[in-house]
Design a protein around this ligand. Sequence first.
Ligand code: Z5A
Length: 213
Amino acid sequence: MIPARGRLITLEGGEGAGKSTLLAGLLAHLRQRGIDALQTREPGGTALGEAVRGLVLDPSLRGITVQAELLLMFTARAQLVREVLRPALAAGRWVVCDRFTDASYAYQGGGRGLDPALIAQLEAIATDGLRPDLTLLLDLPVERGRERTHVRGDADRIEREDDGFFERVRAVYLARAAAEPRRFRVLDASQPVHAVLTDAIAAIEELRKDAEG
Ligand code: Z5A
């Protein structure tokens, strides 16, 4: 018997929005529902992707050009799609991925100012048409995210950008969500953790019912 197609759920948002915190609760919910789910992240999720992550977040590599940064993000993504995402989805598994292609439009497009048309060309190569079934955008004012991450200390290379950078990132995320309301759910990430999880589960339940269809 051919397994039903799995589903790809992506989590997006600015720094400190609460993606990692939400991930554990979402995985627990899916498994309780009897869904075979796995988690992964970008950049990362494969040996190559984790090596790329080490490079792009390394604060000592100050001279990385914006074009090189963009290519590194898509290098990790090309590997993740073929090594992890496509096989898992084909086997009927659900995948929750901490960031995906929307992050490149937000950070390299919005934050760094690269042309979205250029990003779309790389998307076509790296993702081979794979798009999320559902994207949960954890929206949070930039200063609230900063307050949350400051306590952690040792900011990575991208976290060291100024507030203007993160305001542009947020604006692109919200614009993409507005342009694709069927795929995106915008969650108010300034709520307490349990309330964000409740909203996220509601969105996932809609997807699950559609999948059972
Ligand atoms: N990047 C890119 O530029 N282009 C791309 O294409 C891709 C990525 C894919 C790595 O991502 C960086 O790569 C990222 C974008 C860039 N750079 N930045 N900035 P990442 O996902 O590893 O990095 P991050 O987004 O900065 O992770 P983060 O700061 O850890 O955010 P988070 O996972 O969304 O937050 P968290 O760890 O769950 O929570 C942060 C703190 O807030 C923690 O103490 C929690 O306990 C607390 N928290 C969480 N939720 C709440 C609520 N609801 N209330 C109060 N406190 C909370």
